[in-house]
Design a protein around this ligand. Sequence first.
Ligand code: ARG
Length: 292
Amino acid sequence: MTDRPTILLIAPTFYDVSYSINPWMDPAAWARDPRGMHRQARASFDALHAALTAAGFAVEVAEGAPGQPDMVFPANAAVVLDGKAVLARFRYPQRRGEEAPFAAIFEALRARGLLDSVTTLREGCYQEGAGDCIWDAQRGHFWAGFGPRSSREAADAMAAQFGQEVVALELATEQSYHLDVCFCPLAGGEVLYYPPAFSAAALRLLHARVPAALRIEATEEDLRHFSVNAVNLDDQVVMTRTTAHLRGELGRRGYRLHEVDLSPYMLSGGGAYCMTLRLDRTSTPARRAVAA
Ligand code: ARG
């Protein structure tokens, strides 16, 4: 595996919005101008690539597959920790066709030494990758979302796969269909989250583990901007064009924002975090490489 902060992107060659499996998806808006939308999607992708590079990441780009438009969201393809990738099992048939091409992508990353192993999850549960299973480097455990997409049992399967604690949080709305839409742990120990997305039991778990001073409550506007769906590296945060509220909150706490116009991807219900997958996460606190 790699010691450098490394992040995977999937090129938007085959991206479009042609079906709807979450309430944000708008195939009609895409269909009004598919060529124009595709051009914008490419420009947004390039801007995201540049912002991630500026934030300090080594960026790996892999190709998607025809007929699988949502492959641009590799956060859903696997959970990666300590060099091990556990491949996702998608809930909806529209995305199940991604499993084989993603398996090939992860196998190629392993062959190049960027991963140590690639494993599949036992059958009988759904698990949609790092979008629903987020490593909290400050607390040293996973947070897993379940309900709309991943199954409750997937949290236990992940605990067994990685030998790490997994705190399962029930998602109470279709609007926050993946945990990464409404929840983002930050390097300073803060957690940015949208309270109405969670069941009462999930909120109790979250509040028990994250003291009030470290909780940053997102507003509905922040959620609609897909700004909770952010990529964080130390004090750098890469996100969609955000709100005055979050600019203030995060700026005050010392974070530097890289804002990118990701509107073509928001039409599919995605922001910056879901368009990426960290490959270098370790369970030991920040194993930072000597500058290459
Ligand atoms: N259209 C995709 C879906 O509904 C968007 C996925 C965004 N990914 C995420 N981790 N939130 O599955």
